[in-house]
Design a protein around this ligand. Structure first.
Ligand code: FMN
Length: 338
């Protein structure tokens, strides 16, 4: 059973449904070569029983290193999915123990598995039996009243016994019982970085990746003094070029010219756009760079919706990006992923 992660990344982009699809990951890979990327969570049932969804969510182009995040609670089914995921060329399998949604709770996957560590152990055990990929776990610090460091340590003890050596810790508990929606579950209760640092101190041999409300390059550097890696979610959706700013600090990379990244992404769009795909599937990931000038709201609505109804959407997009150069005017924080 080989579970050791051969890609000891310092920075990764969080799995985010509706965001970290293959097109966004392609854009992010143009911006950062070393950052680990993750897919959106895909439930095991969706992979095993829904063929069309399966194909969409599994395909990917030039985005390695990239981990595939699975959701589920059935060890044999997850193992079946792991084989399929490996055959698609992913570099890691990540199990979701953080999703607080009602759907996840009714399917007994995501955050509600936090207090079923033996079942999670059996899931990673079965997955590891059939794949040579590293298996990692992304979890909250606790759920509801099961929320002190000893619960988290119990969880980590049982799962790491199965060979899992990397844990992504979203530094807050999930609130399940009160029916709070996933969005609110990303802002309450307050973030608790100290508990994550403590886990790293208590488990020096495990790779501990910290996650939650990190949005500045200097914060990343500070966290890296205490943990092995940093995972960023919303801040990357709001500004994909943040990855480059961080790479400059932690990997001595050069500052990228936004225009050349956009040129490359545009080539990708031109090559991959077809009647079966909406142009906005590509451009929704670019809309955030059009923030901060008069009329930007309108432009972003156009990029995310109206562009679909143009007769020649690719040509229109080219004009918007390269002729008008509106994106050069910088960013604001009016519309953000929260
Ligand atoms: C729109 C959205 C979708 C998300 N989808 C997932 C998901 O599929 N799997 C997962 O583990 N976490 C998911 N998350 C949670 C993020 O991975 C991350 O843990 C959380 O946003 C905190 O990090 P941040 O403060 O850097 O955004 C999602 C978050 C957002 C904003």
């Amino acid at each position: 059973m080989t579970m050791t992660n051969n890609n000891p990344y310092k920075l990764c982009v969080a799995p985010m449904m509706g965001h970290t699809d293959m097109h966004f990951r392609y854009l992010l890979r143009l911006i950062s070569k070393k950052t680990m990327l993750y897919t959106e969570m895909v439930a095991s049932n969706a992979i095993l029983h829904n063929k069309s969804k399966k194909l969409n969510k599994l395909e990917h182009i030039n985005d390695e290193p990239v981990g595939f995040q699975l959701g589920g609670d059935n060890p044999k089914q997850l193992a079946e999915c792991a084989k399929i995921v490996e055959s698609y060329g992913y570099n890691e399998i990540n199990l979701n123990i953080g999703c607080p949604s009602k759907r996840a709770q009714s399917g007994n996957f995501g955050a509600c598995l936090f207090d079923q560590p033996k079942l999670v152990a059996s899931c990673v055990h079965e997955i590891a039996k059939v794949t040579s990929l590293p298996v990692t776990v992304k979890t909250r610090l606790g759920i509801d009243n099961i929320d002190n460091i000893s619960h988290l340590e119990n969880f980590i003890n049982i799962i790491s016994n199965e060979g899992v050596d990397t844990f992504h810790l979203h530094a807050r508990k999930a609130i399940l019982k009160k029916g709070i929606n996933p969005r609110k579950n990303r802002s309450i209760p307050p973030i608790n970085y100290e508990r994550v640092y403590k886990i790293k101190q208590n488990y020096p041999n495990l790779r501990i990746i910290i996650n939650g409300e990190i949005d500045k390059p200097t914060e990343v550097v500070k966290h890296l003094e205490n943990v092995d890696g940093v995972m960023i979610g919303r801040a990357v959706c709001n500004n994909p070029f943040l990855l480059n700013e961080i790479d400059v600090l932690i990997h001595n990379e050069k500052i990228l010219e936004k225009e050349s990244v956009l040129e490359e992404y545009f080539k990708y769009i031109r090559k991959n756009f077809s009647k079966e795909i909406k142009i906005t599937d590509f451009t929704k990931h670019l809309s955030c760079i059009f923030k901060g000038y008069i009329g930007s709201k309108h432009t972003r609505a156009y990029m995310c919706h109206e562009l679909n109804y143009e007769k020649e959407p690719v040509k229109k997009l080219e004009e918007l990006i390269f002729k008008e150069d509106l994106w050069k005017n910088g960013q604001d924080s009016i519309t953000t992923v929260i």
